[in-house]
Design a protein around this ligand. Structure first.
Ligand code: SF4
Length: 492
């Protein structure tokens, strides 16, 4: 195979993680797992944030030729730079030693030279972003461009949207990194040579999967690379809160299965319970769930929210990635044997919170405990109380009635089929046989928020209604699951 392929920034990052990943990216991309809806939503968010960041540079020139027309994109970039008029370029293309990069933003500096800008949709600076910049800097300088500054733009988690106009200066946080990126110059050059040499070989490099498959990014070839692996029935990763140190100790002793962990190996109380349950292959009740739950007197309510978290704030008083509730479900148990259900789904793209808060206060009534599964509902209610001052008093008193079922499960019962997880999706089918989420079109909260955004943007009325029905069914299942779970725990 004659190696004529170019590297790109993303392939360089792949190669820096694992040469085999780079080899697959270059010669066998079809082995990669397709991005699921959640990952696709992350990509879409990245594009949205990138486009908004470009508005910070009015008069900038967007290079029109896409990745299929690289030569034209490079020529266009050169022409715009030489013309000397555009204050910034978006997606300009450069190549150096067969490494092609498309830069998010290149800004002309008033005193001469250029500023390289990489836009990220996260709110925190990560170490790997320095490498992103370093590769681009290496290419741009190699291509003869006078780059004097380099920075990463992230979203600013402290920015509070006023609901009228996005303040593009406050929305983004600048991280100047020219020194750190420049310091990697020789290293990048050396690694580029290694990657070209590896790709020129005929065979895929022989690299076994390991921790590097998830750092800094989850590798899309993991399923392929581990296709022949036989996973342990109850591997040590099922131990709750296993520290990296203890994991390494077990691995170096050749222990893969929980049941093989020696009796004198230091474990926490819960980890010892898990080991015992696995060895005896049965549920262990190690607390008094019935006694704890007997304190809940009717009416007992069960509450669950679905939320979405827009990167770019859309409603007054919100910050990047604030969770916005758009759906709730409440089951109410009146006498321990019958329950009624109510919910609210906001079906428009304006701020859901005022109407949702009003309906929530009605649904929760003024007395009786409100069961949740995790502390998330409490966080949502506290944020709602701030966002909707009219309802803050009623919401504060609802918050005081919350009762979290998750610690009751975690501190009372373990079954090997939990596989180390106490999420409701893991414990429900075990404690309430026959009940799960497998029959639903929407199986988890992440999918719910992606589907909700899609439905709001859709003009297909039937499809939209179908998605709304699916969302309601999913959220209702979450609260019905809690009703059944409480009953099952009470009988343990
Ligand atoms: S799964 Fe791991 S070993 Fe396989 S290509 Fe990816 S990073 Fe490399």
């Amino acid at each position: 195979m004659m190696h004529r392929l170019r590297l790109s920034k993303s392939r360089y990052i792949s190669g820096d993680q694992c040469h085999l990943r780079l080899w697959y990216d270059s010669y066998a991309r079809d082995l990669a797992a397709a991005p699921d809806d959640s990952l696709q939503a992350v990509f879409d968010t990245g594009h949205e944030v990138g486009e908004i960041a470009c508005r910070r540079y009015p008069g900038g020139h967007a290079v029109a030729h896409d990745y299929r027309h690289t030569r034209e994109a490079i020529d266009e970039t050169r022409q715009v730079i030489d013309a000397g008029a555009a204050p910034a370029l978006f997606e300009p293309a450069f190549v150096h030693e067969r490494v092609l990069v498309r830069v998010d933003i290149l800004q002309r500096l008033l005193g001469g030279g250029w500023r390289l800008v990489e836009v990220k949709s996260t709110t925190r600076l990560k170490e790997t972003f320095v490498l992103d910049l370093a590769v681009q800097l290496w290419v741009l300088r190699g291509a003869g461009l006078d780059v004097r500054e380099a920075e990463v733009l992230t979203l600013n988690r402290d920015y509070l949207y006023d609901g009228v106009r996005l303040d593009l200066n406050a929305l983004f946080r600048r991280h100047p990194l020219i020194d750190r990126a420049g310091a990697l110059h020789d290293l990048v050059g050396a690694k580029v040579q290694e990657m070209h040499a590896m790709l020129a070989g005929h065979a895929a490099p022989d690299i076994a999967p390991g921790d590097h498959c998830f750092t800094p990014y989850a590798c899309p070839y993991y399923a392929h690379c581990t296709r022949d692996y036989v996973n342990p029935e109850h591997g040590i990763d099922e131990l709750p809160w296993l520290t990296a140190k203890r994991r390494a100790q077990l691995e170096s002793a050749g222990v893969e299965e929980i049941r093989d962990i020696p009796a004198d190996f230091p474990l926490t109380r819960l980890q010892r319970i898990v080991r015992k349950a696995v060895r005896e292959n049965r549920a262990l009740v190690h607390g008094d769930p019935a006694g704890i739950l007997a304190e809940l007197t009717p009416p007992v309510r069960y509450l669950d929210f679905e939320t979405f978290a827009p990167a770019i704030p859309r409603f007054a008083g919100t910050r990047p990635y604030d969770s916005i509730p758009f759906l709730f479900s409440v089951h109410t148990e009146h006498d321990g044997s019958t329950s009624t259900h109510t919910d609210y789904l906001h079906e428009h793209d304006d701020d859901p919170r005022p109407r949702l808060a009003e309906r929530l206060v009605e649904a929760l009534g003024s007395e009786g405990p409100i069961c949740t599964y995790s502390g998330y509902e409490g966080q949502v209610i506290r944020a709602l109380a701030v966002a909707v001052p009219d309802q803050s008093e009623a919401l504060a008193s609802a918050e005081a009635r919350l009762f979290d079922l998750l610690p009751v499960v975690r501190n009372s019962v373990y079954h090997p089929e939990f596989h180390g997880s106490f999420s409701i999706k893991s414990v429900l089918p075990v404690l309430v046989p026959g009940m799960g989420y497998g029959d639903l079109a929407i199986p988890d909260g992440q999918t719910a928020s992606v589907q909700y955004a899609g439905a709001l943007a859709s003009t297909d009325v039937e499809q939209r209604q179908r998605t709304f029905d699916d969302l309601r069914a999913y959220c209702e299942r979450d609260t019905l699951a809690m009703v059944r779970l409480r009953q099952a725990l009470g009988e343990l």
